[in-house]
Structures are given as C-alpha cells and as structure tokens.
Write a protein that binds this ligand. Sequence first.
Ligand code: CO8
Length: 258
Amino acid sequence: MDYKFLKIENEGPVCTMTISAPKSLNALNRAILEEIDAFVSSIVDSVRVLIITGDGEKSFVAGADISEMAGFNEQEGFAFGQFGASVFRKIEDLPIPVIAAINGFALGGGCEIAMACDIRVAADNAVFGQPEVKLGIIPGFSGTYRLAKLVGQGMAKDLIYTGRNIKADEALRIGLVNAVLPHDEMMAYAKKLASMIVANAPRAVAFAKKTINENYDMDRTEALALENRNFGACFATSDQKEGMQAFLGKRKAEFQNK
Ligand code: CO8
C-alpha cells in the first residue's frame, strides 16, 4: 500500500515507520491516524521489531492536529479520541517490540504515541509535554493512563496540570525515556537495540511482551499466575529447545520463530 504520510523502510526483520507531515511538525490528523492504523494492521510475521520516528530534524510528533480539532463538538471530540486511542492500543498490542525513536518534539499525542511503544529512545533535542490543558482539553489518546503508569501519578499530574514541556534529560530522569543520545546517534542506537532483540527467540520475546503488558493491571496473584502460564508455554516452543541446546552445545542458537 502507498502511504501519503508514512515512510516505511524495511531492513531485514527491522521495520521503520516514519511519520511525515513536515508542514505541521508531523501533527496527527485523522488521515495520518488512519494510515498508521492500516499499516500496523498489515505488519507481517517477518517483521520482528518496529521503530517509529518522525520526519525531519525538529519534531517527532507535535501532537494531534489542532487545526482539525478546533471545530469539533463533543461527539466529534469523543470519536477522535476513541479512534486515536484505539490506534495506539494496536501499537501497544503488536506481538513484536516497538521502539519510539524520538527525534524532537513529542507533545500531546506525540508523547502519547511514544508511550504506547515498548521502549523510548530520545535525541538530545527532544522535548516532551502534555500541553492539552493549555488548549482547553485533556490528553485524549490515553495519556492520563500511560503517563501515570510510566512516571507515577504525582509527576503525571505535575506535567498534565501545568502543561509544561520538559527536555530529554528530565524525561530520562523521571523514567519517561530509556536513553538519550546525540541527535545523529539516536537512530543507530534504536537500531542497535532492535538488532539485539532480533537475535533472541522471537516467541520468547513475544511472550515477554504479552506477559508484561497483561500483568500491568493485574493484582499480584493473577500477574504471577500469568507469568507462570506463559513461562510454561515457552517450553512448548522449538525455540526453547534450540536456545538451550545451543547453550549446552556452546554454539549460537538459530531460532525459527516456532
Ligand atoms: N497541530 C497542528 N499544527 C501544528 C501543530 C499541531 N499540534 N504543531 C505545530 N503545528 C504547525 C504550526 O501551526 C505551524 O504551522 P504554520 O507554519 O502553517 O504556521 C508549523 O506546524 C510549525 O510550527 P511553529 O511555527 O509553531 O514551530 P515552532 O518551532 O515555533 O514551535 C512547537 C514548535 C513548540 C511544537 C509549536 O508548534 C507548538 O506548540 N505546537 C503545538 C503543540 C501542542 O500543543 N500539541 C498538543 C496538541 S493537543 C493533543 O495532542 C491532544 C491529543 C489527544 C487528542 C484527543 C482527541 C479529542
């Protein structure tokens, strides 16, 4: 499929999706969200890691498109929020790891799409914030939930109530991002992480993601039982046999994703 707002690049098992609407600093309108939705739904098994980034030097995603939202009534606001949140949930639920490579502004919906990813690496010029209350709205693509989960309620409330922007170093300090790199090294670092993931047993990585995501909202007993079930399920995969035989045979494992 041809996309107007997405650039898709496949390098072996690593796919990079670049959101590209440079005139609005890659702000997300419905058409872009529809393309992301279609792309994420079409990802094939051969893709083992997805990297999401923004086009240009300056911005990852500068939020939802304010010019599109400005005239919404209540029902339209509800529907747009619901659609955006469903697209981000699809990203979060992909059976493969997703790395956000944050190359600049990650504001509002930009911070929210980054938080739907598994791992966030930021360029040193990245700026994060949930400035929605300055516009008379609240984070609507699941930011109230994911930001509080990631950085704690106190810090989430500070950022969301004040709408203040923070730089990459503060985002690192509060745990919003995993790593900060010089701008021109950030994508190489994201790809290095991707290649480390790709070397591992695909089914095990998928089980790990599913387990971490699902036990997030469970109580301890349920969460530990889920881990126990999924740990057991790993032993029904041929990759577990291969991984352990390779270790014992002092050779490199060749995983089949089975
Ligand atoms: N929407 C639409 N257009 C935008 C957006 C945006 N979010 N961000 C930037 N643009 C446009 C600007 O209007 C400008 O367009 P033009 O050249 O036609 O005037 C162009 O991009 C370049 O922007 P600036 O000239 O402002 O560039 P600066 O470097 O001076 O500033 C900033 C960059 C700081 C990123 C600034 O553009 C800015 O503050 N942008 C808005 C950031 C923001 O408030 N984002 C949150 C939006 S709300 C949101 O994301 C809610 C998500 C949940 C939605 C729920 C649905 C109901």
